[in-house]
Each structure stands twice: as structure tokens, then as C-alpha cells.
Write a new protein. Structure first.
Length: 214
């Protein structure tokens, strides 16, 4: 039972059962202690994840073995299992094992409702010469978060459709010229006389962010 559920049950019994009074200070302390534990768990998880990610650059096979063991241990919640599969997919992608990367990204997002996972799988599909599958994933990702129009622009660069790439970059750039400044940079590159097209998807969503509970 997580801390939010515990607090909800406590409040229900205090207010729902019309008890005349309760110890507010005890409730605050219980909430603070639970929050502290939650934050510590998140910090420890991120440390482990980042350590595995860093180690995988030099020892991908070792980390892949560790990830398989962690996943099979069934000791982690669904979001953490998705993280593990996502890291597994990233490692397979880096070592050019693209079919395995597709499998890992699919397992990270079995419902197909995570744009980050869909965009990652699209990159692996492109390496596997499966452009239709890649585009389908990117379109679905962009419907959930229009930031992924950037990757659709990448896609069209890769397949040689410059005008479609520029159209997607332009649309995103005009939503916010400061946030999507990098789209305008790609437009200028593509419009140059000797432009260089991208050869793989470029991701802007790979940095992890930890939000601690106050």
C-alpha cells in the first residue's frame, strides 16, 4: 500500500466516520515520514538506473544480463519495469541489435500509449528498413505530444522527403520559436545549397527528471 492510499484511509476514518477529533500533528508526521521514504526510493532508483546506463557504454553485455535478471526478479513496479526495458532497448540500439531493440521498446510500453517509447521504437524500425512502421509510431506519438513532430521531420529527412521535413519543423517552430529553435536550425540546413540530411532520429526527450514530493 503506498503512502497516498494510507493517508486517504486515515482521513476517511477521521472524517468519514465522524470522529470528534484526531491528532493533526501525528497525521502531518506520518505524511512527512512517508514522503521522505518515497523521495529516498526515487533517488535510489535513479542512482541505480544512471549507473547501469553509464556502465552499459563500456560493458553492454554485462548490463544486458543484469537488466534481464532485474526484470525477471518481479521486484519492481510497472513504471520501473518500463524503465528497465527502455534502457535495454537503448543498449540493443547502440550495439546495432535493432530487432531486439524493437522487442524491448514494445515491452516497455505494452499498451502503446507512451510517446517516448513509440519514438524510440520508430528509430529501431528505421534501422530495420521498416519505414511504414516507423512513421506509424511517430504519428501516434505526435498525437499524444506534438513535440514528436520533430522526429517526424527527422523521419522525412532520412527518407529523402525534404519538403515534408521542413513542413513538420516549421509547424513546430511556429508553436514556440524559442523552445523549438532547433527546428529552425534544421530548416536552414535543409534549405542550404549543400544540405546534409539526418541519417537517424535525434531525440530531445532522453534526459531523465526526478520530481521529489514536498
Amino acid at each position: 500500500m503506498n503512502w497516498a492510499t494510507k493517508v486517504s484511509i486515515f482521513i476517511f476514518f477521521c472524517f468519514g466516520c465522524h470522529q470528534p477529533s484526531f491528532d493533526l500533528n501525528s497525521l502531518r508526521k506520518a505524511f512527512a515520514d512517508s514522503t521522505k521514504g518515497q523521495n529516498l526510493n526515487m533517488i535510489n532508483w535513479e542512482k541505480m538506473y544512471n549507473s547501469l546506463d553509464k556502465k552499459s557504454l563500456d560493458s553492454p553485455a554485462t548490463v544486458l544480463s543484469t537488466l534481464t535478471r532485474l526484470i525477471q526478479s518481479h521486484n519492481y513496479s510497472s513504471p520501473h519495469v518500463s524503465d528497465l526495458y527502455f534502457l535495454q532497448g537503448n543498449i540493443y540500439y547502440r550495439i546495432d541489435s535493432f530487432p531486439m531493440a524493437v522487442i524491448s521498446y514494445s515491452k516497455a510500453d505494452p499498451r502503446g500509449d507512451g510517446p517516448k517509447y513509440l519514438a524510440a521504437r520508430a528509430g529501431a524500425y528505421l534501422k530495420e528498413k521498416m519505414p511504414d512502421s516507423a512513421l506509424a509510431d511517430l504519428v501516434n506519438a505526435s498525437r499524444m505530444n506534438f513535440d514528436y513532430k520533430w522526429n517526424i521531420g527527422n523521419y522525412y529527412e532520412i527518407v529523402g522527403e525534404k519538403d515534408s521535413a521542413i513542413a513538420n519543423y516549421s509547424w513546430l517552430y511556429h508553436q514556440n520559436s524559442l523552445v523549438y529553435k532547433y527546428c529552425n536550425e534544421r530548416i536552414h540546413e535543409l534549405e542550404a545549397k549543400h544540405s546534409r540530411h539526418l541519417t537517424e532520429l535525434i531525440y530531445h526527450d532522453r534526459d531523465r527528471m526526478v520530481v521529489l514530493i514536498q
